[in-house]
Design a protein around this ligand. Sequence first.
Ligand code: SF4
Length: 643
Amino acid sequence: KYPVLFSPIKIGTMEVRNRYVVPPMATGLARADGSPTEGHVAYWAARAKGGYGLLIVEAAAIDPLGKGSPWDEPGIWDDKFIPAWKKVTEEVHKYGAKIAIQLHHAGRQTTHDKIGGQPVAPSPIPCPVEREMPRELTTEEVYDLIEKFGDAARRARDAGFDAVEVHGAHGYLIAQFMSPYSNKRVDEFGGDFMGRMKFPVEIVKNIRRKVGNGYPIIFRLSGDERVPGGRDINDSRLVARVMEEAGVDAIHVSAGVYASTQYIIAPAAVPPGFNVYASEQIKKVVNIPVIAVGRINDPLLAEDILESGKADSVALGRESLADPELPNKVAAGLTEEISPCIGCMQACAGYLFDSTKSNISCLVNPFTGREGELKVEKAEKSKNVMVVGGGPGGLEAAWVAAKRGHKVTLYEKENVLGGQYRIGAIPPTKQDILKAIRYYITMGKKYGVEYKMGVEVTDDLIMKENPDVVILATGGVPLVPNIKGIDNPKFAKAVDILEGKKEAGTNVLIVGGGMVGVETADFLGEHYHNVTIVEMLPEIAKDEQAAVKFFLMERLNKYGVKAITNATVREFLDDGVVYEKGGKEEKLTGFDTIVLAMGAKAYNPLEEKIKGKVSEVYVIGDAIEPRKTLEAIEEAARVAVKI
Ligand code: SF4
């Protein structure tokens, strides 16, 4: 059914078994000194085993001053890294995949605390995001860096990599040289278009001299930098022509720079395949393979891109985090078993920027990034497992436990599975959450989970069933704080509005600007209600990931949603509230509907009652205390692999 996706392709002399590419994505798995780890070996082996054809390892610094990440970026600036990289390539080759590594220098898109010195750049113009003045590279230093890219490529070849990718995208050093936005030089590396192109062209020639003819060199660029003054697709067509002429074997077309990060790591608000128009344009002007990337998360979309000639290979970034086995599942006709990326950014980008987490994972698939540590192995003894609650935690725990050979029964008090997560899928751009719920149910059915719906579990029922293990995933309930007038029966809970249990009038006041409140505002704004949010913190949507929040705020502004922050509600009126802000009390009235979105509290009525009566009892997710779905799913997986 997917003839092009599964056809082999040649990039230079490298024959790749299919068109599935895992693009370079930071994993946070490296050690502080830049060495790759056993974590890398396990992470890449899983994707090679899962059927991907070409794996491109994340940005590896060709010079310690070129490191750009707040997490530990791997290195390839010294021969000392070769043995550890060799372990990665050898493992991947066992499964028939090809593996490349991306050669990287961040230029001005870094800070002195990450590299222990002043960042360098073509010109002394700071990155608008990092806001640190870079030092202008001398002409000799530019020639020196060209040598360093070449040396890094030679190391890559010696470590067993089948190809290298030169990172000319996302506003890093090479892109800074190529762009009139950041290159104001008058030596041979600036001035006009060909002057700006001299740095990448000389890098490719240097690599070629050091690795020999035929060794594949991929060049990655941003088709559109998506910032005012940045390079657009028309200029990128010329870049691609020049790079083909310089000797690269494939072009990999991404998008964005740091100031437009929401297109580098694109969340659910960005349409699937949003960047394919760019690879299509590049393909028109070169005769080498072109790789498309950017929210390609479905095999049908992938096949369509290839079949309609818009690219020669497709890179599945976040989707490869959500499901390392996607190609094998597609080949076996098991598309309903694909674990979907829902574009939430919480465990991939979110973990990388969270100093308390060591590396990336995936909300839907908590095994990602923990391949060596969290394993689904056959249980020593098959046990009767009772899961109480059919939200995301309960669903994940159920299927993983069943896959291990346990006899699992999941009880849900509603007549539908998914819990709060199902309601979370209702606001705009969140619909892929439903795919995730479908996926968990499918996997549960595959491994024999019995779903009992519409059953309110009591301690008596648990005693009667006499399970070996009980997993309590009973979730949370909306918090209704003790504020004067809050018990007005006219008021609606946010979940009731989203679920269609209560209807909102034209003018709506939402009390609470956390995730639930703002997403309810988004939903109501999309349906032409006039919405005002009152929030006690200084900002609304505080918990949302940056890229998700970017598009969310854009929509709220479009709908004219008003937000009053730093405002503590003191009293509820029939058509509004009295709130305190800056020591002054204000009255806000004239609303048809008041919606409460003031947080949640744990709902765990069974634990105390069954303690000591069942040999193993675990509580997961919101039932412990309200937390993110991300944490609930991870807890579920951790319990399910150990019972
Ligand atoms: Fe996709 Fe969310 Fe997983 Fe990231 S954490 S790969 S955005 S599902």
